[in-house]
Ligand binder design. Sequence first.
Ligand code: ZN
Ligand code: ZN
Length: 319
Amino acid sequence: MSEAGPGYQRIALPLPFALRSVNAYAVEGDRLGIVDCGLHTSDGERAFVAGLRELGRERGDVRDVFVTHLHPDHIGMAGWLESAGARVHMHAPEADAARAMWFDGAARRDEARAWLLANGMPLPVIEGMAEAWLEAQRHVDRVERIDAIRDGAVLDLAGRRLRLIWTPGHTDYHAVLYDERERILVGGDHVLPRITPNIGLYPWGRDDPLGDFLGSLAKVATLDVVRVLPAHGDPFDDLRGRAEAIAAHHLARLDAIREALAGGPKDAYVVARRLFPVLRSAHEERFAHAEVLAHLRYLERRAQVMSEATTPVRWALMP
Ligand SMILES: [Zn+2]
Ligand SMILES: [Zn+2]
């Protein structure tokens, strides 16, 4: 547990994958609020309880939980906090997406499987991905009731007024919280200090997630912010500089993809293996593949590449 900004405490929660940890932020006002809440493993729960104890609190003291997006390392323990009396809040359409992803059967997983197969991912890799997905689901507690918040609305979190800002890209309805009084942005996975958040294209999702994401980076860069509290890594101050660096990274990746296609049409998986030669897990394979597809879609919507109706789907530079 460490002070992250005035009235904000960071509780780092361990993750059993390469990312290693995710930050929950405790917001202390007249009550206790939490933003994002880790994957529900025994280590995660232990770290959470220890972090609350350092604040002189316990699980039942958490009144409100805001979840920035549906990923398992952010929503995992929300149901556990809810069962001790907390109210769980999310951006309205992201709440719907979370239910579809985790609580309403396996439809999403089956859709993802068919989509990745059509886009060149080998079957054994897909099986590994499906297994990793099931494993993640085991660590996401069911949330019974989610308070749905609209874009731009003000959330009262532990007595603090925080504005929800929709930042699509990393997920379709990812949202950050803006504390205008303290000039703090609780950023979820939107702007991270050392890594770039995964931007992936999925069949059920919005049409152009990379276009969305670049727009969302420009949107938050205009805010008056002196401190960003990211979900992974240390809090940092230079929001605009970091947003620009992340955007530049994607522009360079678009160049790399155009270059990969210069030698002739390729499927997205072949392009992904070229851009990301070292992938250490099924999660990383899927992220790389979906990331390349998001970049291809971005180029397709700007008339720079086209897809061919082959099996698997191949992509070609526009003549
Ligand atoms: Zn995420
Ligand atoms: Zn995350």
